[in-house]
Design a protein around this ligand. Structure first.
Ligand code: BG6
Length: 490
């Protein structure tokens, strides 16, 4: 995590497999457009999109010019910059299973073999190995090459290990960039700044003073056009194995010795390995899975998950998960980490709430509430600290008031989208914000017994109405431990 942002990059070829896909349109091309507009891309920097569809580069540029601007805030879109950005785009139609088709890509890349080359695999994980074989057989992997992989990597620890082993036949660990886009969010990087750039919090960050931690990634949207993928995946694999666990490890890790990628990854891996396994009867006790039924969001009635196209009527795929997690370490022993994520919840909100212990002996007539640190990551970025103060009046009644930091008001600069940062780091060769293979395996190792428990007890997901905060069982899970979800709308 360096301050290299303003530096122009080395010449590069960014090769996107899945070039006509949703992620390319919504995130990757807008991200590169912003970097282009901000004059950070060198003249010799190309974005080569690969897909099966038979199109010329001109046809592809026409297609993206119709679609991509819709995913860029209109205030940030400038036709002139877009046009000049499009001159960086090349399109190659390629069936990855047909080795004879790699020639056109080879011709493009070999015109300047010394450039940084990033193969970005924005495809189903089942195609990762095939693509690596293809580019290797076409002689396209140079010393300056990198490969970037979207999450989730595999379906469980065994398949992740297998994919990683196979990739290692073609790329070294230093060339492999495993993406979790949450790590590219400025708000998530700010968590590290908060913890390790301030001396204030470190003495508080421990079991003696913290009562519980809550991490929520709530989405108001449903599965949208991705039901086919989602039904094979579910919320545990889609959100918990990666995004939620990444937030948890950044919150819980020991201070790294430096900002160097190995130093940070080492600390993160230790937390993942100290997560207490949830097995046997604890799966039922400490986890809840839910599935949304129809309900009302934003004043509109929306259909339930089972009514989505491509979802079988009897699907048991979870669209909501709540978990009580524990970390077996000196710092955290006994502090519950309550995690939850779901689709079609009341609102989009990513938030971390740290509840401190209440005073040991209260001399005031005060609500039994704790001091609370609330770190809001989405939709807006803010940090609030609830403290108690005497209200105005002739009594000594205390009330909670917030110290309130709103980052949108403090920082006027546009907040970068996660992929801007990640794409730049891949081109620069900085792996800090990417996962090491051991992290991915350790995360799966904690997730696998939960999935096994769900499969074994054959329970079905609890239904919850769209527009709610999830199934009642989620409130019951946290209440059993003596806590409640923080849902205050502030
Ligand atoms: C993706 C998941 O990784 O993250 C999606 O596959 C989810 O299901 C998305 O909607 C949420 O990302 P963000 O940045 O909107 O919080």
């Amino acid at each position: 995590m360096t301050n290299e942002n303003d530096r122009v990059l080395e010449p590069f070829d960014l090769v996107i497999f899945g070039g006509t896909g949703d992620l390319t349109m919504r995130k990757l091309l807008p991200a590169m457009y912003f970097r282009h507009r901000e004059a950070q891309l060198p003249e010799q920097g190309r974005v080569i999109c690969i897909a099966r569809t038979d199109l010329t580069t001109e046809g592809f540029v026409e297609r993206i010019s119709d679609k991509v601007p819709g995913f860029i805030d209109e205030r940030e879109f400038d036709q002139e910059s877009w046009r000049s950005f499009c001159s960086r785009i090349e399109y190659v139609s390629l069936d990855i299973n047909d080795q004879s088709r790699y020639g056109a890509l080879a011709d493009l890349l070999n015109a300047d073999p010394d450039r940084v080359r990033v193969f970005y695999l924005s495809t189903a994980p089942s195609l990762f190995v095939r693509i690596c074989e293809g580019v290797a057989a076409a002689g396209l992997i140079t010393r300056q090459s990198r490969v970037a992989l979207e999450k989730p990597l595999g379906r469980d620890a065994a398949s992740a290990i297998d994919i990683n082993d196979r990739l290692a036949e073609y790329f070294t660990e230093q060339q492999i960039y495993r993406i979790d886009h949450y790590l590219g969010k400025e708000t998530v990087q700010n968590l590290m700044a908060l913890r390790f750039g301030n001396s204030l919090f470190e003495p508080l960050w421990r079991r003696e003073l913290i009562s519980d931690v809550q991490i929520t990634i709530a989405e108001d949207l449903g599965v949208e056009g991705r039901a086919g993928f989602y039904d094979q995946t579910g919320a545990l694999r889609d959100m918990v194995q990666n995004h939620i666990l990444q937030l948890l490890v950044i919150l819980a890790m020991e201070p790294p010795v430096s900002i160097d990628s190995d130093a940070i990854r080492d600390e993160k891996i230790k937390v993942l390995r100290s997560l207490k396994p949830i097995t046997g009867n604890d799966v039922d006790r400490n986890t809840v899975r839910g599935q949304y039924k129809s309900g009302v969001t934003d004043g509109e009635r929306v259909p339930g998950y089972l009514e989505s196209d491509d979802v079988p009527d009897d699907s048991h795929t979870e669209t909501f998960v709540a978990i009580k997690a524990e970390i077996d370490s000196w710092r955290w022993k006994g502090v519950p980490f309550f995690l939850r994520t779901g689709k079609r919840l009341q609102e989009k909100r990513t938030e971390i709430v740290i509840n401190f212990k209440t005073v040991p002996h209260s001399i005031f007539d005060m609500p039994g509430q704790p001091n609370r640190l609330m770190i809001r990551l989405q939709p807006e970025e803010s940090i609030k600290l609830a403290i108690f103060a005497k209200g105005r009046g002739d009594d000594m009644r205390l009330q909670a008031v917030n110290l309130d930091l709103d980052f949108n008001k403090i920082f006027k600069k546009r907040q970068m989208i996660a992929y801007e940062r990640l794409l730049l780091d891949m081109i620069r060769g900085n792996q800090t914000l990417f996962n090491h293979r051991d992290e991915v395996t350790a995360a799966w190792a904690w997730i696998d017994p939960i999935i096994a428990g769900w499969e074994k007890n054959e329970s079905t997901p609890q239904q919850y109405p769209a527009g709610s905060w999830g199934p009642a069982a989620s409130s019951a899970l946290i209440a059993r431990a003596g806590y409640s979800w923080f849902e205050e709308d502030n």
